[in-house]
Design a protein around this ligand. Structure first.
Ligand code: HEC
Ligand code: HEC
Length: 161
């Protein structure tokens, strides 16, 4: 009997907690009830200004500063490589894919683009004129070092870019 009471109490507590959570939860659908279909938001405009963006850290795949709408990347064709491929950059004036794109998983440099880097949009993404869906508190390493230097009062260790 005691067990049954305990289990009932536990279930009641969980239910109460779940109800409290449900009140606070706000999905991307907003307050639209489950049974209703929300009207789709407008597709945001793609940024196409050709201005290369700075990277937040050295290993970041640079974001794409041009439209890629309709560019095919499949088994048969890779539109990106028609401009960014090693032999195409003279004609296109696009930055060449870097040497890491030719490396296999053992860091051996291959003659052509590595299979690991063939599907460009796995890592590189275009940008849109849209309000971010969630806030982003990312802080650049230079800002962190600057902050630490100010609190510790340590002298500079050289120029940074
Ligand atoms: C018609 C030629 C062309 C095609 C096709 C093309 N690009 Fe580009 N891309 C460029 C040029 C030129 C730049 C230099 C900036 C600019 O002018 O937009 C560039 C810039 C970039 C950059 C920024 C590099 C940096 O260092 O900031 C990335 C990333 C990129 N492209 C990825 C892609 C991907 C992925 C595709 C395929 C989905 C693609 N590009 C297709 C011409 C092209
Ligand atoms: C697995 C992730 C990944 C894939 C897939 C990938 N890249 Fe990258 N790319 C990166 C990273 C990381 C960097 C920056 C560091 C570096 O050069 O490796 C980069 C850098 C670049 C740059 C700038 C090169 C430079 O020297 O400034 C261009 C242009 C580029 N990628 C184009 C492409 C294209 C075109 C494809 C498809 C054929 C592609 N990437 C596929 C991760 C990727």
């Amino acid at each position: 009997m005691r067990r049954v009471i305990l289990a009932t109490c536990l279930a009641a507590t969980m239910l109460a907690a779940a109800t409290a959570l449900a009140v606070d939860l706000r999905g991307l659908r907003g307050p639209t009830p489950i049974g209703e279909t929300k009207e789709s938001a407008q597709i945001a405009r793609e940024i196409n200004d050709d201005a290369r963006r700075s990277r937040n850290y050295p290993e970041q795949p640079p974001v794409i500063p041009h439209s890629i709408r309709g560019y095919e990347v499949s088994l048969n064709a890779n539109r990106c490589l028609s401009c960014h491929g090693r032999r195409m950059t003279e004609m296109s004036q696009a930055p060449m894919i870097s040497v890491t794109h030719f490396m296999d998983r053992d860091d051996q440099i291959l003659a052509t683009v590595s299979a690991r880097r063939y599907f460009c949009t796995q890592c590189h993404v275009p940008q849109h004129e849209a309000k971010p869906l969630v806030p982003n508190g990312f802080t650049d390493i230079d800002t962190l070092i600057e902050r630490q230097r100010k609190t510790l009062g340590t002298a500079g260790t050289g120029a940074r870019q």
